[in-house]
Design a protein around this ligand. Sequence first.
Ligand SMILES: Cc1cc2nc3c(=O)[nH]c(=O)nc-3n(C[C@H](O)[C@H](O)[C@H](O)COP(=O)(O)O)c2cc1C
Length: 194
Amino acid sequence: MTRSFADRPIDDALLTELCDDALRAPTAGNTQGTALVVLTDDPDRAAYWEASTDAAWRARSARFAGLRRAPVIVLVLCEPAAYVERYAASDKANSGLGEGVEVWPVPYWFGDAAFVAMGLLLGAAAHDLGAAFLGAFRGVDAIKEAFAIPPTWELFATVLLGHPDGGDHRSASLDRTVPRSSRLHFGGFSARSA
Ligand SMILES: Cc1cc2nc3c(=O)[nH]c(=O)nc-3n(C[C@H](O)[C@H](O)[C@H](O)COP(=O)(O)O)c2cc1C
């Protein structure tokens, strides 16, 4: 992830291409219940940071200035009800998943939104751009209100895009090492590790 961006925009055509490509990610039942809201104007980006952070954090965070310079903020959204409606259709009705969000063992709307977010990250990397994935756990209601996101839509994540300026502060998360052998298994979870 890049958390320190240069104050330089991304080419408009490239940004559209990155978003179009990301939205080609597969969706369950081809529901296509995912969407992006792309913020590039400074007042919109300012409103995003205002909604998603508080003044005390902005004042003390060593990272805020570098994040704030990101020229593009992409909100990655999904609409659970669209999936329920899709799976109530005749070709999917025998799944039982058309009965409501609560019967879904795996909420595919979030998986599909993750595919879209991953598409943005991969597209950015392919074009030597920087990207950061920000979890949606602060100020979600304020973000939805600021950008007129309808109540049926969920904010899955935010992806920042831009040009890295090389000024990143090393993330403490990078010190975590989980051995590959405990994550890659052949023939059953603990049968044989790589
Ligand atoms: C679901 C998810 C949520 C994340 N949330 C945040 C976040 O809120 N802020 C942040 O700076 N990084 C966030 N990250 C980025 C991870 O910290 C980062 O991917 C990890 O430390 C590995 O670093 P790398 O992506 O640079 O290799 C998130 C990543 C994922 C997959």
